[in-house]
Design a protein around this ligand. Structure first.
Ligand SMILES: C[S@@+](CC[C@H](N)C(=O)[O-])C[C@H]1O[C@@H](n2cnc3c(N)ncnc32)[C@H](O)[C@@H]1O
Length: 327
């Protein structure tokens, strides 16, 4: 009944360190695989599960119904995490989790053209009410824009050629299925340059999906907002699946872990910056060999975690001049 295997579950449970009366937000509920294990540990606490796709949310609700009203499903974008914490948890929570991207459900069951291996209508929307589909993108965007998207969100070196082949093809007929798009991409990339470990259409499909669902642009502010709503000593864990996502997570964590940046010879801090978090994973944590063998999706996963500092801790750990006071 459930298609998705939760990635890096042991590592996530270790770093989140859920206590029985915590309030937890799972920002990417999916089929509720991680959430199920969180709720098992939340004997008295509550889990708020945010999910953009109302179809997969139904599956999670079915899976998690045994936890009664300790599970609160929310069909929303995680960019609303601050408002959601405000209305459902009094403004602050103990733990927040992001498991970015799409679920195996989307690839194997949704029928929305996420996979280059299946022949399905080219849609790729996670939110069925979203205004833009993958079909709109490949049939209406000009060649330059297509090439930019495929390069920016897929880091595909043949982005210009693929864009040109897409535009040529659609002069004869609209591109309507995932199979058609996959075949165009295969023709655009010279065979001797086909990647060895992944399908030649992987990067382009990723790029179009990211663009359709606005996955990268909302990420920075969403993670900042999530850190804002953490209680002192609260923890945030984020799993990312490609370098674009990981770069954003790393940069937000580093920025929030930086204290005062005034020159050391300043008598007092004038920048006003305070350390907000302590990073728990200096380097990203990768899945173990066994998990990677059993679950290929885990191969590209990177986990980063941080802990929110209290005001007193921030003062202690502050940075160049944070402890200097005017005499
Ligand atoms: C990797 S899956 C999560 C899998 C989940 N941890 C599990 O164990 O079943 C990511 C989920 O996040 C959802 N999602 C992606 N972007 C979102 C967003 N901006 N807001 C809310 N949900 C989002 C996707 O629809 C997908 O179901």
């Amino acid at each position: 009944m459930f298609t998705h295997i939760p990635v890096m579950l042991d590592e996530v449970l270790h770093y989140l360190d859920i206590k029985e009366d915590d309030t937890v937000i799972d920002c990417t509920l999916g089929e509720g695989g991680h959430a199920y294990e969180f709720l098992k540990r939340l004997k008295k606490g509550v889990l708020i599960g945010i999910e953009k796709d109302r179809e997969i949310l139904k599956k999670a609700e079915e899976r998690l119904k045994e936890f009664g009203d300790r599970f609160i499903p929310v069909n929303a974008n995680f960019s609303e995490v601050k408002d959601i914490a405000g209305s459902l948890a009094g403004g602050s929570v103990n733990k927040i989790f992001f498991d970015l991207g799409i679920s195996m459900y989307h690839i194997k069951e949704s029928g929305r053209g996420f996979s280059f291996l299946s022949d399905e209508p080219l849609d790729m929307r996670l939110d069925p009410d979203g205004s833009l589909t993958a079909r709109d993108v490949v049939n209406t965007f000009d060649e330059k824009k297509l090439s930019e998207i495929i390069w920016a969100y897929g880091e595909e070196r043949f982005s210009s050629r693929i864009a040109r082949f897409i535009v040529e093809y659609r002069k004869t007929k609209p591109i309507t299925t995932s199979q058609e798009l996959s075949d165009i991409i295969k023709r655009a990339i010279p065979k001797k340059f086909w990647p060895k470990r992944i399908h030649p259409a992987t990067k382009t499909f990723q790029a179009i999906r990211i663009f359709v669902n606005d996955e990268i642009d909302i990420l920075e502010n969403s993670i900042k907002d999530a850190i804002d709503v953490l209680k002192p000593e609260g923890r945030i864990c984020v799993i990312s699946f490609h370098s674009l996502e990981d770069r954003v997570v790393k940069s937000v964590f580093s920025e929030k872990a930086k204290g005062c940046v005034c020159p050391p010879d300043f008598p007092v801090c004038i920048c006003g910056r305070k350390k907000e978090v302590k990073i728990l994973t200096r380097k990203p944590v990768f899945s173990g060999e066994r998990e990677r063998a059993e679950n290929p999706s885990a191969r590209s996963a990177k986990l980063r975690c941080a802990e929110k500092l209290s005001d007193a801790q921030a003062q202690m750990q502050g940075g160049n001049n944070s402890q200097k006071v005017i005499a």
